[in-house]
Write a protein that binds this ligand. Structure first.
Ligand code: MN
Length: 248
């Protein structure tokens, strides 16, 4: 059986030093690439473009889609004006991510959203975000750890009825956390399957779809050392294999 091709959404980095100040580079964090390679897939970085037809063709080439982390979602995409504590936004990337999602859903391939990836999925399906965790009433845990990427800093509680439970087989485990935003209104057809102890949503799953799942933590960073997150990538890549071979 051929190894499945796992598309990874990318971003644009502006180079502010060196030979070409202000120069734009297409990139993705290497942990995504490593997590795919180490768990049986062929990584394929999907460059950001605003060309609908090109995005459609990009999705035609992959057996699964990972929506990677990054910028805050542009708040006007969920009908809110920007608040004081919003971070940097990149509406061109929102457009590209929405088009990736639209085409991936149409094709029926497994989709995994990481951090911003979860947030963009939620907004794509009509949900909204807290522009900053400080806008949530009551005390909120520290979700943007100032620590190593592989350090697990807070607990998540997972529903036994979820797809993620079938992979992890644990109702409670520790994860890393690098987000200052969170889901507010949950998008249509999404089910909340994991929360932190403060109630912040940590994972969502789309009903009536084989695998369309978002996690608020960074499994690709943990997968270097953590067996649990390796399992997530192994299972995700396994599922993609089935889809990939069916489409041939
Ligand atoms: Mn968190």
């Amino acid at each position: 059986m051929k190894k499945p091709v796992i598309g990874i959404s990318s971003s644009v980095m502006v180079d502010n030093g060196g030979m070409f100040p202000g120069y734009e580079r297409a990139y993705v964090n290497k942990d995504y690439v490593d997590a795919v390679v180490n768990n049986g897939g062929v990584p394929f970085i999907i460059p950001l473009t605003g060309d609908k037809e090109v995005i459609k063709a990009q999705i035609e080439m992959v057996d699964a889609l990972i929506l990677s982390g990054g910028h805050d979602v542009y708040p006007l995409n969920y009908n809110e004006e920007p608040k004081q504590r919003i971070g940097q936004v990149f509406p061109e990337r929102d457009y590209y991510d929405f088009e990736l999602l639209k085409n991936a859903k149409k094709k029926g391939i497994p989709i995994l959203g990481v951090c911003r990836g979860l947030q963009i999925m939620n907004v794509y399906e009509g949900g909204s975000l807290y522009q900053d965790l400080s806008y949530i009433d009551g005390e909120v845990l520290k979700h943007s750890q100032n620590d190593r990427t592989i350090l697990k800093t807070h607990t998540v509680e997972l529903s036994k009825k979820s797809k993620l439970y079938k992979i992890f087989k644990l109702e409670k485990f520790l994860i890393n956390s690098f987000h200052h935003q969170a889901i507010n209104r949950v998008g249509k057809n999404f089910e909340v399957v994991a929360r932190a102890k403060d109630g912040v949503i940590e994972a969502i799953e789309y009903k009536d779809y084989p695998f369309y799942v978002g996690v608020q933590w960074h499994p690709e960073m943990l997968a270097k050392t953590d067996d649990l997150m390796k399992k997530l990538f192994k299972e995700f890549i396994n599922m993609s294999k089935k889809v990939g071979n069916k489409n041939e």
